[in-house]
Design a protein around this ligand. Structure first.
Ligand SMILES: Nc1ncnc2c1ncn2[C@@H]1O[C@H](COP(=O)(O)OP(=O)(O)O)[C@@H](O)[C@H]1O
Ligand SMILES: [Mg+2]
Length: 337
């Protein structure tokens, strides 16, 4: 087993994402960190000093506890002016566009994210409950800043991601919600959204009809965090991210808040409004997919060590858990959550 260096190891480099790295033989070194330390029982004073260190340095001192990351991505090659030429994603064909839902009769039941970036609602369509993620169409709002991503860009990114995720089977594989299409919001729904809590500011900006994406709704989810992470869940989430990459979609907002844990133990990734694909304005590159999967490993196993916020739970209790990942091991919560 060897650490993978990409794109230097060209043979391996060309195989992902068409082949999941979990199907590589041999498996990349430390892709699945050894769980041999699962039985670790830290004395309370060890935990207390690790927490103190995390507080001082803003880094969990146990972030390397599970060893070296399996993948090294030479990101220097992505800088402008580098002679590096990306290797084409040859198996890619653009999928059919996501369908528009015409005359969709929906009833809003509940807003699920009062403080989120986009108003999201649990809605009823026929006899089914769905999730409606809404987007303001601000495409005619010119703020002279080409760099800022507009809400309309985010809508297009999410819509096109689902076209890929459906076409390449990621929805059927259950690693992302099913998507039923996109829609222009009716006047009633628009008025409701515009008048709702933090979305009052929509009013003056509604020059065009707002848009929505209709998704499968999962009740009782929680985000993956150091409160619930296990080795098994980390591996499931990593494999799910590989599956998304096999749809040629770069998630673009890798964070555990976008990684939902269902009561059944299933993992579902959401939030594709920062995603890209090979047909995007800025087409996704193979190296970026490698980088994202390497970052996912860091998120789960190096565990999220850039910010400081010590969880208030009883550390002794945490310490009796069987399988702990670094943040969970000392009760340290980092920004990526
Ligand atoms: N399909 C879903 N079913 C249930 N809850 C969801 C679903 N999709 C998203 N959520 C919840 O809504 C939150 C915000 O969704 P997300 O797509 O990440 O929006 P934003 O772009 O505003 O971050 C998620 O963190 C999750 O808690
Ligand atoms: Mg999100």
């Amino acid at each position: 087993m060897e650490k993978l260096r990409v794109p230097d190891n060209e043979e391996a480099y060309c195989r992902y994402p068409e082949q999941s790295i979990y199907e590589f033989t041999p498996l990349p070194y430390n892709l699945i960190p050894s769980a041999s330390q699962e039985d670790v029982r830290d004395p309370p004073d060890f935990i207390a000093s690790a927490v103190r260190k995390a507080k001082d340095t803003k880094v969990n001192p146990l972030c390397t506890w599970l060893g070296e990351p399996p993948i090294y991505v030479n990101t220097g090659l992505m800088l402008p002016g580098q002679a590096y030429k990306d290797i084409e994603l040859k198996g890619y064909v653009a999928p059919p566009p996501l369908g528009e839902l015409l005359g969709c009769d929906l009833t809003i039941l509940e807003q699920i994210n009062p403080n989120g970036n986009h108003a999201m609602f649990r809605v009823r369509v026929g006899s089914e409950e769905r999730l409606l993620k809404t987007f303001l169409d601000d495409s005619d709002y010119d703020d002279d800043d080409d760099e800022t991503e507009s809400t309309m860009d985010q809508f297009l990114a999410e819509r096109d991601a689902y076209a890929h995720l459906i076409h390449y089977g990621a929805c059927d594989a259950g690693v992302v919600p099913r998507c039923y299409g996109w829609l222009r919001l009716s006047k009633e729904v628009t008025d409701f959204v515009a008048g709702h809590s933090s979305y009052r500011c929509w009013g003056p900006f509604i020059r065009r009809q707002p848009l929505g994406i209709l998704l499968e709704y999962f009740p009782d989810t929680s985000c993956v965090s150091f409160n619930n992470i296990t080795f098994a869940l980390a591996q499931t989430a990593m494999k799910a991210m590989c599956r998304i990459h096999q749809a040629y979609v770069l998630h673009g907002d890798l964070a555990s808040r976008n990684c939902l844990l269902l009561p059944s133990g299933r993992i579902v990734w959401v939030d594709f409004d920062h995603s890209s694909n090979p047909s995007s304005k800025k087409p996704v590159k193979r190296l970026e997919l490698w980088l994202e999967i390497a970052q996912a490993w860091g998120l789960f196993y190096g565990c999220l060590v850039s910010d400081l916020s010590i969880n208030q739970r009883n550390l002794t209790l945490i310490n009796t858990f069987g399988s702990q990942l670094p943040d969970m091991r000392i009760g340290y919560q980092s920004r990526s959550y």
